[in-house]
Write a protein that binds this ligand. Structure first.
Ligand SMILES: [Mn+2]
Length: 375
């Protein structure tokens, strides 16, 4: 039997709403042509309560699919137990079969599949939920090809994995194939027993999403998965590193990169991460990058690195001192031989304090009977 594995279509995703629909439809229709059944691993929709227009279009799209679709809800669709989530609504409308804590058989040409679906649960309960559902709702059948369908984070794939479901545990489960949604980049793990098809639309604007979008076509006989790419809007994600750039230089570097990438494909989604430092005096608020519809510039330029900033403060201080010294030196030169009764450094200090302080000082010195100011 051939099974198509699709996930995370995120219909109704506001940023790329049309892309989400167009690309989902391409995946579903291609899968409908090539496979005997479709497994959908969650996040059909981007929100728990999609707009009626989104629901209507989703139902119309799924009506064109000629083979059974088995699906679970993702984290984007998860609602309290007693409430209806949109994946369940699609099931009620008849365009797919929603599985949550349920095992469904699917038979074709004397071959039998057993599909257990567990929709997304919070990470901290995932282990427990999977154990419980398998114990209570899954009776392995002799000769059946067993599939587990989930939508979870995987501990080993997280940068700071803690209490997520672990691959180590999943490996011990009595399934021939485990399909996971949620992660938007495709992956093949556990020697091909664990498949993540990834999303069909760009949502995270991260480098991991630049690899192609599509779905898996899995053959239950050969146990091999082929990735079937779906024509999607190209996505470029690049970094620009600047050193002591002026505001103009930073803007030009970004503009040049955008032009270069747009030349490759003017319909692409472009994501630029600008890092490094701006030169002295230039600040992040002065930066205005050119704006385009599908270009996203993430700038975390620092005015200066901490070391450079400290150096700047130190320099500024010594500059200040030398300015002071210079002023005192100039004053001393000017009064030399003309004011003898006063210490020029003392007058300078008073002048720094203010005119009134200086006059008072001079008057005081005068009344003290010292030599008058000669002008
Ligand atoms: Mn998702």
């Amino acid at each position: 039997m051939r099974i198509a594995i699709i996930s995370d279509t995120h219909l109704g995703y506001a940023r790329f709403e049309e892309d989400a629909f167009v690309q989902a439809e391409r995946a579903f229709l291609a899968a409908s042509e090539k496979a005997d059944a479709i497994l959908f691993a969650g996040d059909v929709f981007d929100t728990k309560i999609p707009k009626l227009e989104t629901l209507d279009r989703a139902i119309a799209m799924l009506k064109k699919v000629k083979i059974p679709v088995f699906a679970i809800h993702g984290n984007h669709e998860r609602r309290a137990k007693e409430l209806v989530n949109p994946a369940r609504l699609l099931s009620t409308s008849g365009v797919m079969t929603y599985l949550h804590g349920e095992t469904k058989p699917f038979e074709l040409n004397n071959e039998k599949l057993q599909i257990l679906g567990i929709g997304n649960v919070p990470d901290e309960y995932a282990d427990e939920a999977v154990k419980k559902v398998i114990a209570e709702r899954f009776v392995p059948e002799q000769g059946a090809f067993r599939i587990l369908l989930i939508h979870q984070s995987i501990r080993e794939l997280m940068p700071h994995g803690k209490n997520e479901l672990s691959l180590e545990y999943l490996e011990t489960l009595p399934f021939d194939l485990i399909v996971n949604g949620h992660l938007h980049g495709k992956d093949v793990l556990l020697k091909g027993r664990f498949l993540i098809p990834g999303s069909t639309v760009i949502t995270q604007l991260k480098k991991e999403e630049t690899a192609g979008k599509g779905f898996f076509l899995f053959d239950t006989m050969t146990k091999k998965a082929d990735f079937m790419p779906v024509d999607t809007r190209p996505f470029f994600c690049e970094e620009i590193l600047l050193r002591d750039a002026s505001v103009t230089e930073a803007r030009d570097a970004v503009k040049q990169k955008i032009d270069e990438l747009m030349k490759k494909d003017r319909n692409a989604i472009i994501c630029l991460k600008v890092t490094g430092t701006l030169k002295q005096g230039a600040g992040q608020p002065d930066l205005r990058f050119p704006e385009y519809e599908r270009v996203f510039v993430d700038s975390s330029l620092e005015a200066k690195s901490l070391k450079e900033r400290l150096e700047r403060i130190r320099n500024a201080r010594s500059d200040q001192l030398s300015v002071r010294d210079l002023a005192l030196r100039q004053l001393e030169e000017k009064v030399k031989g003309r004011i003898t009764a006063f210490d020029s450094a003392e007058i300078f200090e008073k002048l720094v304090q203010g005119v009134d302080e200086t006059l008072e000082y001079l008057k005081k010195e005068d009344t003290d009977g010292k030599a008058p100011v000669s002008t």
